[in-house]
Ligand binder design. Structure first.
Ligand code: NIG
Ligand code: FE
Length: 411
């Protein structure tokens, strides 16, 4: 079925052939077409251009979008949306003065989520997670990466990854799975980190690979969690199974995780709230995408990733939500884009590039998503009638979405 969208006020992030990523100064450029048409056939974009150049058409459907803007759906390259219950108690504990670190040391934090997840059935976990997935799709997300890491036993990690696989099968949104068993040290291995890492490498990793449950591997490389040495041990083991790294680094301390990421040709290094000059230098001219998670900084009250410094130094940057029960209980990419502009001084053009094409790159999806390009998936956002695309970040806490198309269908 062919659908033609006409009189689009502005068609955002158009390109004639897919590029890999947008880097440095080029991030200030957001290619757009005013008074545009967009033609899709089933789940694919087949043409677009200026209304004045519209070739004669006999589409099955024609939709007039006067006054409305069309842009690719958000590509959220870092989430943990498969989790059980919530951690609202820790939220109020933090308001009363406890820190994220203190809560974790008392057995809260990731271990709290792991306990909850180990106790519920795969079906219940699926239902809770599906609800979150539907919520983010309504908010304009058309591709998402989801991590394991709240299981911390073979059984529970596999349960999480099977839920991700089932979500991918049942929903039109594109989903990528990441294996994050090295997220925290479970109680059973409290004084035996080596033992846990051996178990992950010798027992869980082969099972995950056997069922083809993940494309990427992640490690929480942080003081009190996993060291650079632990990280490299795990990345090397995962490499043997073909899993590409996307790692949590420099959230609270800069301990050399960025350099490990570069060394292991990580697809992305994420968080980066604490960046040293040498971390920025290490990322130059590499294939590793730095990913900022401003909603996490907002919620925890920790520093924001120094996006300005990084982009001005010539690095690319992607934006993602980090949706999880502890540090970011929100998957709203509209808020992420706003917060990047307001708190990190990214321009609206940079923020949109970071949340679309660069996010797609950070999931290995840049050839099929992240821009309006012939042959790419027909995943796009139709805004309400708004004066310009800058209204998207400007109206923080709200969104300007009228409808979301995923694989050519409104959801
Ligand atoms: O990306 N930093 C590690 N992992 C998550 C939060 C985990 C949690 O608190 O449940 C994050 O912020
Ligand atoms: Fe995270």
């Amino acid at each position: 079925m062919i659908t033609l969208f006409t009189h689009i006020k502005e068609l955002i992030q158009v390109e004639n052939s897919p590029k890999k990523m947008v880097v440095g100064k080029a991030m200030k450029q957001l290619p757009t077409i005013k008074n545009a048409y967009l033609l899709i056939e089933d789940a694919t974009i087949i043409d677009f251009g200026e209304m004045t150049n519209l070739p004669p058409q006999k589409p099955d459907h024609c939709i007039n979008l006067e006054g409305q803007i069309v842009l690719p759906t958000w590509c959220d390259s870092h989430t943990h949306i498969v989790f059980a219950g919530n951690r609202v108690q820790e939220f109020t504990d933090r308001i009363h003065g406890l820190t994220y670190k203190e809560i974790a040391e008392r057995g809260g934090g990731i271990l709290n989520s792991a306990k909850k997840l180990q106790q519920i059935s795969e079906e219940e976990l699926y239902q809770q997670s599906a609800q979150r997935l539907e919520e983010i799709m309504q908010l304009g997300t058309g591709a998402v990466e989801i991590k394991s890491g709240y299981g911390l036993t073979k059984e529970a990690e596999v349960k999480m990854l099977r839920v991700i696989k089932k979500l991918n099968k049942n929903y039109p949104i594109t989903i990528k799975a990441t294996f994050l068993a090295a997220h925290a040290l479970p109680l059973a291995y409290k004084n035996d980190k080596k033992g846990y890492l051996n178990m992950v490498i010798q027992e869980i990793l082969p099972a995950v690979a056997e069922e083809n449950l993940a494309e990427f591997v992640d490690v929480f490389c942080e003081k009190g969690y996993f060291s650079v040495e632990d990280t490299e041990l795990l990345l090397a083991a995962a490499k043997k199974y073909g899993l590409k790294p996307k790692i949590h680094v420099n959230q609270f301390h800069a301990i050399g995780g960025v350099q490990s990421g570069v060394k292991f040709k990580a697809l992305s290094v994420d968080h980066l709230e604490e960046m040293r000059i040498k971390d920025i230098e290490s990322l130059k001219n590499t294939q590793t995408m730095p990913v900022a998670l401003p909603s996490c900084s907002y919620f925890l009250g920790i520093p924001y990733t120094p996006a300005r410094e990084m982009i001005d130094a010539g690095l690319p940057l992607a934006l993602a939500s980090d949706y999880n029960p502890g540090s970011t209980p929100s998957g709203n990419m509209n808020f992420v884009v706003s917060t990047a502009c307001i708190k990190m001084k990214m321009t609206p053009e940079e923020a949109i590039n970071a949340a679309t094409i660069n996010g797609a790159y950070a999931m290995n999806l840049e050839t099929s998503l992240g821009s309006i390009c012939k042959g790419k998936k027909a995943n796009f956002i139709v805004t309400k009638q708004i004066p310009s695309f800058e209204f998207i970040p400007y109206s923080f806490g709200n969104h300007q979405i009228e409808s979301v198309y995923i694989e050519g269908k409104p959801i």
